[in-house]
Design a protein. Structure first.
Length: 167
């Protein structure tokens, strides 16, 4: 009887380990990874903006995002090309992005844009300030979402996991 209980305990531990590693317990690791990546890139770029005394922005488009820098000589926004960390990124399959600025939803443009059409939705100012934005990454199939928005009482960006929307 003890041997059977030990075997059942071992099987239970193996099944639990497999379930956790496969993510079948409800946690969306792809959505979380993309959220962590975007958060880290925004923090990195905010530091660079302060160090370089340069204005940066995040341009969101259908299916992805890219980072832009303001060129004060030409008074235009340019893609950041000298830093591979800040290259344009595609969202994982099944993940969508929603952006609102000052409480108004923004219709995201296509990925392709001419140089004179580039403009960011999220501003990362050299002073450390942010414009009033809300960016949400959402898994279409499950409704799970993660929201980014400036903290009201500090210069941080709050990242909040949202419960799946009721169907």
């Amino acid at each position: 009887l003890i041997e059977i209980m030990v075997v059942l305990l071992i099987i239970g531990i193996l099944v639990t380990g497999a379930a956790l590693s496969l993510g079948v317990l409800g946690r969306d690791s792809t959505l979380q990874k993309e959220s962590d990546r975007l958060s880290a890139l925004m923090d990195y770029l905010r530091e660079q903006a302060t160090l370089q005394n340069r204005e940066y922005g995040l341009r969101c488009f259908i299916g992805g995002y890219e980072f832009l820098a303001f060129d004060s000589r030409t008074a235009t926004w340019q893609r950041v090309t000298n830093d591979d960390t800040l290259r344009a990124r595609q969202l994982p399959t099944g993940v969508t992005m929603q952006v609102s600025i000052e409480g108004r939803d923004i219709i995201l443009p296509r990925a392709e844009a001419r140089a004179d059409e580039l403009s960011p939705q999220v501003m990362l100012f050299s002073s450390g300030d942010l414009n009033l934005f809300e960016l949400t990454l959402r898994r279409a199939a499950t409704g799970e979402a993660i929201r980014f928005q400036p903290a009201p009482d500090s210069d941080r960006i709050n990242v909040t996991a949202l419960a799946p929307a009721a169907a």
